[in-house]
Structures are given as structure tokens and as C-alpha cells.
Design a binder for this molecule. Structure first.
Ligand code: BG6
Length: 322
């Protein structure tokens, strides 16, 4: 794998895109950054983006976007746990994990990792550049290995392009490079920063069917906006709607608009489950995050025909509420 220095030579863009294995996390106020220098001990490389519109950090392991703060926002829009740890082969708590080629538990093999392996394996940088409006673009490709092929014996390519500006755009493209069709489920499992879970509501899913995964899985229908008063773990199906998180405490709205995705997952662990997870940030980090995940899951799994491509695209933006 390339070193940070080699990546800077090939893909760095002045101060706007730098690679480091000893990086602070851009886009987070100093008092909410995870302790220490995240990259150093793990040897993992982090891409640091800092342009006129926004700051962001992305770990090459997992192509895991860790933070994003548009410069017109005092508080980051993408949440990273204060207790997030960087370690080879481990998923990072917060940011935008890439769940692929399956979402949730594997359909047959209980020993395979939940949410697939893409979020815990190395990816390589294949392209970088600047958009006409000054946003910074970075494309990574998942690196296959014997271990990944043992879990996914299909000829495929998986690329993630991240465009960091006043809006954040993520494009996850699956290409079937083999001669037989395959089926994937997937998600961009984004943790969004909120003021307090009790003071937000999510609009855009009124009337949608969802699988309620708290307790035994039950199919229900959403009535009106979503509000939160306990553990919530739902897979909304057959919806490509834009969702809006209305945040009364931070006085802003976060818009999540998508294409190539028919499922939306809404998840908050609440106190008991967050306590068991152990890396949600003390004392009550879980209250300051909400996952609104753009996915294809359950009845919305995607068949990718031999030679074909499928792309899931999500755009995030934040606006103040007066
Ligand atoms: C959500 C799932 O997408 O991810 C939840 O719907 C799960 O059931 C959550 O608990 C977190 O998963 P993980 O593997 O990152 O701890």
C-alpha cells in the first residue's frame, strides 16, 4: 500500500487535500475530538480536506468518512464519537461507514461480519481533483484480498467518490465485472450530528412502510414525522424520498437527498444499548447523533447484472432555521 508521502505526491492538492498517518480530525471543534492523535498508533492513513467551503476527514481503511463541517456551520454535520478508535480491521464509531456487500447480518453465514466487510478493509486512492465550484473530490476503490474473496466470491469493483463542499456528496458504485449476475444489499450508514435526540424530528417518510427491528421484526406504517423517545431501529422500504432532520436545539435542518436507494434506515441506540456498545462517547454521546442511512435492504436488495453497474448517491446539506 502507498505511504502518506506517496499519496501526497500523487493525489495531494496543496493544503486542500493532504494524507497523513498522524492526523487530527478536521471539521471537529477541539473539545469534541477523540483523544490523542487518531492515526498515529494505528498506522492508518487519513485524508484531510480543507477548502474554502468545508473541512472533512476520511480514513482510507473502509473509505470511512469521519467528519464533515461546512464552514458556514459552527458544529459539524457528520458526527464522530469522542471514543472512536482507529484500529486495523475494526470499524470506526461514527462518520459514514460503507456497508457492503450486505447490510445487517449475512443471510447465511453467521460468522461473517455484520454490515459486510467493506468498512474494515483497506481501500486505495484512484483519483482526486477539484470541482468547478471549488469542492474537493476524492475517489477510492476497495482492495480485494483472499479474505474478501472468501466472503464474496464474485468478480466486482466497488468505488466511493466523496465530494466535499458546502454540500457533501457520496457516490457508491458497484460494478459487476464477471459473467454472472449477483445481488447486493448496502448502506451509507451516516451518523449525523444533532443537538439532542429528544429535540429532533425527521420528515419525509410519512406514509412509508418500515420494518421495525426493535424486538421481533414487524412491518409497520409511518404516520407523520418521526420523533424519538427510545431505541429506534427501522428500515423504511420502497422510498427514495428526501429526508430532513429538523433540529430545534442546534436550530438547523439537515437534508439527506438520494438516488439509487430505495431503503432508508433510521437508527438511534438509546441509553441501554449505547452503554453496552462502549464506544458511543461519554457521558451521553448517543444523544448527539442520529443515523439516517441511505440503503438498499430487505425487499430492496439490488441485482447487478453481469457487466452492469449500480450507483447509490447521497447528498447532505445543512441550513439554519430562524
Ligand atoms: C444500524 C442497524 O444500521 O446499525 C442497527 O439497523 C445496528 O441494528 C447499527 O445496531 C449499528 O451497527 P454496528 O455494527 O455499526 O454497531
Amino acid at each position: 500500500m502507498a505511504t502518506a508521502q506517496q499519496l501526497n505526491t500523487q493525489f495531494g492538492i496543496n493544503k486542500r487535500l493532504r494524507f497523513s498517518d498522524d492526523a487530527p480530525v478536521k471539521g471537529m471543534p477541539p473539545d469534541s475530538r477523540p483523544a490523542g492523535s487518531l492515526g498515529a498508533a494505528s498506522g492508518l492513513i487519513i485524508a484531510e480536506i480543507d477548502n474554502a467551503q468545508a473541512t472533512a476527514s476520511l480514513c482510507l481503511q473502509g473509505a470511512h468518512l469521519m467528519s464533515w463541517r461546512p464552514k458556514n456551520q459552527a458544529v459539524p454535520v457528520v458526527w464522530l464519537s469522542r471514543d472512536a478508535k482507529l484500529a486495523a480491521g475494526k470499524s470506526i464509531r461514527g462518520g459514514a461507514p460503507v456497508c457492503w456487500p450486505w447490510f445487517g447480518a449475512h443471510a447465511i453465514e453467521s460468522g461473517f461480519p455484520g454490515h459486510g466487510y467493506a468498512r474494515t478493509v483497506p481501500w486505495q486512492v484512484i483519483e482526486s481533483g477539484s470541482e468547478p465550484d471549488g469542492a474537493t473530490r476524492l475517489t477510492l476503490r476497495l482492495v480485494e484480498s483472499e479474505k474478501t474473496r472468501a466472503q464474496w466470491p464474485h468478480a466486482s469493483k466497488l468505488d466511493l467518490t466523496v465530494i466535499v463542499g458546502e454540500t457533501l456528496r457520496m457516490e457508491l458504485t458497484t460494478e459487476n465485472t464477471g459473467a454472472t449476475d449477483f445481488v447486493i444489499s448496502e448502506a451509507l450508514h451516516t451518523y449525523l450530528q444533532i443537538g439532542d435526540i429528544g429535540a429532533v424530528r425527521v420528515t419525509g417518510l410519512d406514509g412509508c412502510d418500515y420494518w421495525d427491528k426493535v424486538g421481533s421484526s414487524t412491518l409497520r406504517k409511518q404516520q407523520r414525522a418521526i420523533t424519538f423517545s427510545g431505541e429506534t431501529d427501522r428500515v423504511y422500504i420502497n422510498t427514495s424520498a428526501e429526508c430532513v432532520i429538523e433540529d430545534g436545539k442546534l436550530k438547523r435542518r439537515i437534508h439527506v437527498a438520494k438516488s439509487g436507494s430505495l431503503s432508508t434506515v433510521v437508527w438511534t441506540p438509546w441509553a441501554e444499548k449505547a452503554g453496552k456498545m462502549g464506544d458511543m462517547g461519554q457521558p451521553e454521546g448517543w444523544r448527539e447523533m442520529l443515523c439516517v442511512e441511505s440503503a438498499n435492504a430487505i425487499e430492496n436488495v439490488v441485482k447487478v447484472a453481469a457487466g452492469a453497474r449500480h450507483t447509490l448517491i447521497v447528498e447532505y446539506r445543512a441550513e439554519p432555521v430562524q
